[in-house]
Design a protein around this ligand. Structure first.
Ligand code: CA
Length: 329
């Protein structure tokens, strides 16, 4: 009798805890918008406000670049050094290495929390990289951990009823290895603890390092959706990539190769070849204030998403990409 009661209870609890229909599967055939470092066209990159803004703009995924602190806390920051987006030079002037750089990995999490975060700038000239964006060192922004960001996103998923995904990137695993740290092991453990375990859990894990992404699949036996970020030399290796990854993340100029003599955009066969191998293609980085040869941001999005047929864009302007895709669908 007790046994039945227990069985009933276990079944009951597992029923009420069942998650809503996973969005990951549904989105497989929809163009996705990945907020590149958050809504970084409007607020300093990788700050929690930039993530909250991107969330509200309707991005499907929010991106996290990850670098470890001295005490092994995964910090959401793009570079392995600090002087391009923080006031570290002012707060800890003596903590630079011989190369003149201030490394995230040389600071504890509580030290990193003392820094102020700014819109990206060139530390040599103290000039903003994107002059029309948020002013340098205005207001107050802080660095945060991967856990803090996941809690923000999962918290918003709860309070809004949406299911927005995370898109973490393991930064420079070889550098971390040289510093005696296994960044993938630490990040995978945290993802697992927060419920990101399989391809249905709305997490896409990305890395430029081929060896490391293979290791994540084969040694760590990760069942997450994996994206191999690509530099030019990886272009020939699609078949190999398809053995361990679910998608590729090329630079869009690996796909759109300028115009032909009739003024038509030339599209490489990378997307077509990737699709034949069942690999999704999420290209980077779409910036409304850095159009290269395009007349408008809409033209760039049109050519990439609907002529080259990529599956998703990493963009600093998630609102514009979301609006564009919504108008097309
Ligand atoms: Ca990234």
């Amino acid at each position: 009798m007790y046994r039945f009661l227990l069985l009933f209870l276990v079944l009951y609890v597992s029923c009420i805890e069942q998650k809503p229909e996973p969005i990951m599967e549904i989105q497989k055939n929809k163009k996705v918008v990945i907020a590149h470092r958050g809504a970084s066209g409007y607020l300093p990159e990788h700050t929690l406000p930039a993530k909250a803004m991107a969330y509200d703009m309707g991005a499907d995924y929010l991106e996290q670049d990850i670098v470890l602190s001295k005490d092994n806390v995964p910090i959401v920051i793009h570079d392995i050094h600090l002087e391009t987006v923080t006031d570290v030079v002012k707060i800890f002037p003596d903590r630079k290495r011989k190369d003149g750089k201030f490394y995230v990995i040389d600071f504890t999490f509580s030290e990193l929390k003392q820094l102020n975060v700014s819109e990206r700038f060139n530390p040599e000239t103290a000039k903003a990289v994107f002059p029309n964006r948020f002013p340098l060192f205005a207001s107050t922004f802080k660095l945060h951990s991967l856990q803090e960001e996941i809690e923000l996103i999962q918290g918003l998923n709860k309070s809004t009823g949406k299911n927005i995904g995370i898109y973490p990137e393991i930064k420079d695993p070889e550098f971390h290895q040289k510093e005696g740290k296994d960044i993938s092991e630490i990040v995978l453990k945290i993802l697992n603890d927060y419920g990101y375990k399989t391809k249905k859990d709305n997490c896409i894990l990305q890395c430029f390092d081929v060896k490391e992404l293979k290791r994540i699949r084969n040694e760590f036996k990760s069942e997450l959706f994996l994206v191999q970020l690509m530099e030019f030399e990886e272009e020939e290796k699609l078949e190999e990539i398809a053995t361990y990854a679910d998608g590729i993340g090329p630079w869009y100029q690996q796909i759109i190769k300028g115009k032909d003599e009739n003024g038509k955009w030339k599209i490489s066969d990378l997307v077509e070849n990737a699709h034949k191998l069942n690999l999704k293609v999420h290209a980077y980085t779409f910036r409304a204030d850095q159009l290269e040869d395009f007349e408008t941001f809409e033209e760039l999005l049109q050519v990439a998403l609907y002529e080259a047929n990529i599956d998703g864009v990493f963009t600093d302007f998630p609102d514009k990409a979301v609006n564009f895709i919504n108008k097309k669908d």
